[in-house]
Write a protein that binds this ligand. Structure first.
Ligand SMILES: Cc1ncc(COP(=O)(O)O)c(C=O)c1O
Length: 483
């Protein structure tokens, strides 16, 4: 959806806007304006998009035009809509808002917000020592210009050694250092996907990957993950039928579901992809974070004989997102081509940050072991709070990563996120992890915050969940039979 949203489209996005919390106390126009604000807040309605004319929306919603007129006026007053006579009305946000790393729009003045929108841990205590050691190393680089399009050699070697230790022999010339995994994905897409190219992704998947794909105007097909992970027949069948140019997969502790792809399926996916000419972009963001002693299968690249697999990964989940260090593992010629693409984007990653990464990787065992222990305890605290306060929700215990994917007791994820924001909890509702506004029955909950915050957040979510009930429980609609 770009430029303009039509009445029927907005009506579909709004869904059951009249059944939102607090509804009984507020008039129709205020409820409608609140629902539009909610869509803007969770990113489902873009900024700068032209809303339908009042009459068109009134018809689509089967309400009076005066209600829409009043709702638009209200949105103008709160700074969410700009109108020009004769030209229309565009979505916007009030001046004191900014974009958060999650893609959600966040007020600046919300220090007390418990942010469950971002699934990323705070820095480990060892980071400061690594930064000091890096500063001492820096003079070795100061004599040169400082541009290293594929990364400084010591970091490329450290990353390559990590792959080799995982059973995938890798040399430094197969590694390109990037400014985060997201950057790695963007560069790979620039290289491997022509604008408008076809891509297969998991559903649900990582929202910022969808944003990167949207940047290439990719034509996306999805493989719907089941409650227990990938369905091999459907995934392989999907590849064979749609023959996408590229498939983007998160095989280790998938974001958001936490699923781990078994070795046998990895092998079959690589074979099927090669047979139909699909390149696989494998996002290994969470590979270092198995919990409960879970064994991680060999990297997908182990099964690759034809340079079909490009792996991407980074420091953000095991170490710290603020470092902005990631990488690509590909064939040496592909790395050279990526470096050429990168020259037109950002030239190279900061040397100092790369040196910090080198020092962190030198202490990987200690840092990552601590990380896993903390994450397992936080996950268990979250699961305990959910079992106690929201016993109707269903969760599969993730054996790694940083998120769990809760199946709610109704299609209320967006409404719940809006209500939770009011009580100081930011949530990423299910539809953000898909393409078409579905997944309303699901909610991603990260366990990257301290246990006490997670327990407090669940208490607040539970309270507003029951408020939603009081204001009119959302029911499943019976499927309509068209004969
Ligand atoms: C699957 C996945 N890929 C990429 C990223 C982005 O990571 P980075 O901070 O390294 O850019 C994330 C962060 O949440 C992620 O979950």
């Amino acid at each position: 959806m770009t430029g303009q949203v039509r009445g029927v489209q907005l009506a579909r996005l709004l869904g059951q806007w009249h059944a939102l919390p607090g509804r009984r106390r507020s008039p129709d126009y205020a409820a409608l304006a609140g629902a539009v604000r909610g869509l803007l807040a969770d990113g489902r309605l873009p900024l700068g998009v032209r809303l339908p004319a009042e009459r068109e929306l009134a018809e689509a919603l089967r309400i009076s035009r005066t209600t829409v007129t009043a709702a638009y006026r209200h949105l103008r007053e709160t700074g969410h809509l700009a109108s020009r006579r004769g030209a229309g009305s565009w979505t916007m946000l009030p001046g004191n808002h900014r974009v958060a790393s999650t893609g959600l729009w966040t007020p600046l003045d919300d220090q007390d917000m418990i942010d469950l929108g971002a699934a990323a841990p705070a820095a480990p205590p060892q980071l400061l020592d690594a930064a000091r050691a890096a500063a001492e190393d820096l003079p070795r680089y100061l004599g040169g210009a400082g541009y290293h399009p594929t990364g400084i050699i010591e970091l490329r070697e450290a990353v390559a050694d990590g792959y080799t230790a995982r059973g995938l022999p890798t040399s430094a010339d197969q590694i390109m250092v990037t400014s985060g995994t997201q950057h790695a994905l963007d560069l790979v897409l620039r290289l491997a996907l022509a604008p408008g190219g076809s891509v297969l992704v998991e559903s649900p998947t990582y929202p910022n990957a969808l944003a990167a794909l949207a940047g290439r105007r990719a034509r996306i097909t999805t493989h719907g993950l089941a409650a227990d992970g990938w369905d091999s027949d459907l995934l392989l069948g999907g590849l064979r039928q749609t023959r996408p140019k590229l498939a983007y997969l998160i095989p280790e502790f998938q974001n958001p579901t936490g699923h781990l792809m078994p070795a046998a399926l990895r092998e079959r996916v690589v074979a099927a992809a090669h047979a139909v000419g699909t390149d696989l972009v494998v996002d290994e963001s969470f590979v270092d974070l198995p919990l409960d002693g879970t064994e991680v299968p060999p990297p997908v690249g182990v099964y690759d004989r034809h340079s079909r697999v490009i792996s991407i990964g980074g420091m953000s989940k095991p170490y710290w997102g603020g470092l902005r260090i990631g990488w690509v593992r590909a064939s040496a010629p592909q790395v050279q081509r990526l470096a050429a693409v990168r020259v037109g984007v950002d030239m190279a990653s900061p040397v100092l940050d790369q040196l910090v990464a080198v020092h962190l990787l030198a202490h990987a065992d200690a840092i990552v072991t601590d990380r896993r222990v903390t994450l397992a305890a936080q996950r268990d605290a979250l699961l305990g709070a959910l079992a106690q306060r929201l016993p109707d929700w269903r969760v599969t215990v993730p054996r790694g990563g940083v998120t769990l994917w809760a199946e709610l007791d109704g299609p209320v994820s967006s409404a719940l996120a809006r209500a939770a924001e009011e009580v100081g909890v930011r949530l990423a509702p299910g539809p953000r992890f898909g393409l078409d506004g579905t997944l309303e029955r699901f909610l991603r909950l990260p366990f990257t915050l301290p246990a006490a915050d997670l327990v407090e957040a669940v208490g607040r979510i539970a309270a507003v969940r029951y408020d939603l009930d009081r204001t009119g429980r959302q029911r499943w609609r019976e499927p309509t039979v068209i004969a």
